[in-house]
Design a protein around this ligand. Structure first.
Ligand SMILES: [Zn+2]
Length: 108
């Protein structure tokens, strides 16, 4: 079951929606062999194994995912998905330039 919980506006960031218990994030968690996962599609942050409260408390994690929302906005939904997957195939998840940019955004 997917819970649509909140929509928040932060400074100049576009507003976003958080979905807890997302099956998409569950698949990503399994793929990445990772425990708690947040993944962005468009303006929605899909969460698995974490709560909205814990996610929002983690400033670096939030900044990382907000950067992906910005990327979706910059490239457009469809093109971004294509570019992201292409980067992942060529360079792998970690060296994917969109992940590199998002990791750098954690320190901003
Ligand atoms: Zn990321």
């Amino acid at each position: 079951m997917v819970h649509l919980t909140t929509s928040i506006q932060i400074l100049n960031q576009p507003d976003f929606i958080i979905k807890e218990n997302s099956w998409l994030a569950k698949i990503a968690a399994w793929k990445l062999k990772s425990d708690a996962v947040a993944m962005v599609l468009g303006k929605t942050i899909h969460l698995h194994n974490t709560t909205e409260t814990d996610f929002l408390k983690d400033e670096r994690w939030l900044k990382h995912e907000l950067c992906h929302i910005k990327q979706f906005k910059e490239h457009g939904y469809f093109l971004f998905v294509v570019k992201y997957l292409w980067e992942s195939v060529r360079k792998g998840y970690y060296n994917n330039r969109f992940e590199v940019e998002a990791r750098n955004a954690e320190d901003l």
